[in-house]
Ligand binder design. Structure first.
Ligand SMILES: Nc1ncnc2c1ncn2[C@@H]1O[C@H](COP(=O)(O)OP(=O)(O)O)[C@@H](O)[C@H]1O
Ligand SMILES: [Mg+2]
Length: 334
């Protein structure tokens, strides 16, 4: 039987200052799946995660985690989830091992088991050799892996992460994800994560919920979402700039969706590249236009977001500094 790990039903959050951060969010996370909440800064991702993790209350709506109501059964929910917040949650003047020890006590892990659990997770997260170094000497990737190790100590059924790889370089990001996915597989854990990196959502989620300005735009698997904009793009580079508008005009009633890229190039959205590429080339050939080059490209979730909102999920470089400077100790999950 498939049980829903997370169900939110028409969740609204209006902050005391009047900001409507969530405007009727309904979503479902199947147990054992990896589910991404994808959206630009300010979309409401952190707000929803704070509500699901019982830190703040919604203005209206209901939320269940593994069948328990987050408002009336908050302590049951906290027992079942692990949470890695967007901001840093470690003591930087202590070692990795000491951080884990403190959290193991906070989480009530029996003292006889603490050392084994900590050693095992440090090993798994490839932090064993650096476990006795102060956290302030750690790289961004090591910090994230330590935070995840801490969240995994209680073997949560649902792991909730807010921007798990924000500011990390591609290698550090892929190490974090390989660890997360292998733990997920071994323990049949559900992962729910917020991100503004569309490639991360595309690569690591079974399902993606696109959130914008507090509203769900669409929710589906990455493959199905990309079908909305067509699976591939074919870029045609023209020899002569005046041919561009001629092609657009001549093919405007055809089956192809055409986007103007610049003076001399056009992009065709297609679902089936092996069928559509020859058709496009033939249609252009019949118009007597000289083509300088053809490029094939994969569509991304960014294309989906642009198609549905007219906006780009913007990148925000320099956020890691912000995250690290927060150095705020927050008590997680408890
Ligand atoms: N504590 C708060 N008080 C008032 N407004 C807030 C608070 N936290 C977030 N907001 C506002 O709510 C909106 C959603 O923020 P947030 O949930 O942090 O989005 P995201 O995580 O997607 O970047 C933003 O407009 C933000 O400024
Ligand atoms: Mg956020």
């Amino acid at each position: 039987m498939i049980l829903e790990a997370i169900i939110t039903n028409n969740v609204v959050k209006i902050y005391s200052g009047g900001v409507k951060a969530l405007d009727g969010v309904s979503l479902t996370t199947e147990e054992g799946s990896s589910h991404a909440l994808l959206g630009p800064n300010g979309a409401g991702k952190t707000t929803l995660i704070r509500i699901i993790t019982t830190q703040i209350k919604p203005t209206s709506g209901s939320i269940k985690v593994l069948g328990f109501d987050v408002i009336s059964q908050g302590s049951r929910v906290r027992e079942l989830i692990g949470y890695v917040p967007q901001e840093m949650s470690l003591w930087t003047e202590l070692s990795g091992f000491e951080n884990m020890l403190i959290y193991s006590k906070l989480y009530g892990i029996p003292s006889a088991q603490r050392k084994d659990i900590i050693e095992e997770l440090l090993e798994f997260m490839e932090l064993r050799d650096t476990a006795n170094r102060l956290v302030k000497t750690y790289s961004g990737g090591m910090i994230r892996r330590l935070e995840i190790a801490i969240a995994l100590m209680r073997k949560p059924r649902v792991l909730i992460l807010d921007e798990p790889t924000i500011g990390l370089d591609p290698r550090a990001r892929s190490l974090v994800w390989s660890k997360l996915l292998s733990f997920k597989k071994e323990h049949d854990m559900t992962i729910f994560f917020a991100t503004h990196y569309m490639d991360e959502a595309e690569r690591y989620a079974d399902k993606v919920t696109l959130l914008n300005r507090g509203k769900v735009i669409i929710e589906d698997s990455p493959v199905r979402l990309k079908e909305i904009v067509g699976g591939n793009s074919i870029t045609i580079k023209l020899h002569n700039s005046r041919d561009r508008d001629y092609i657009v005009e001549s093919l405007k009633n055809s089956e192809f969706k055409i986007t103007i890229l610049d003076e001399k190039s056009l992009s065709f959205s297609v679902n089936n590249i092996s069928r559509d590429l020859p058709r496009i080339i033939e249609a252009i050939y019949k118009l007597g236009v000289i083509v300088e080059g053809v490029e094939l490209g994969e569509k991304t979730l960014d294309d989906v977001f642009i198609a549905l909102t007219g906006m780009r999920v913007e990148e925000t470089p320099g956020r890691l500094r912000e995250v690290l400077s927060t150095r705020r100790m927050i008590r997680r999950g408890g």
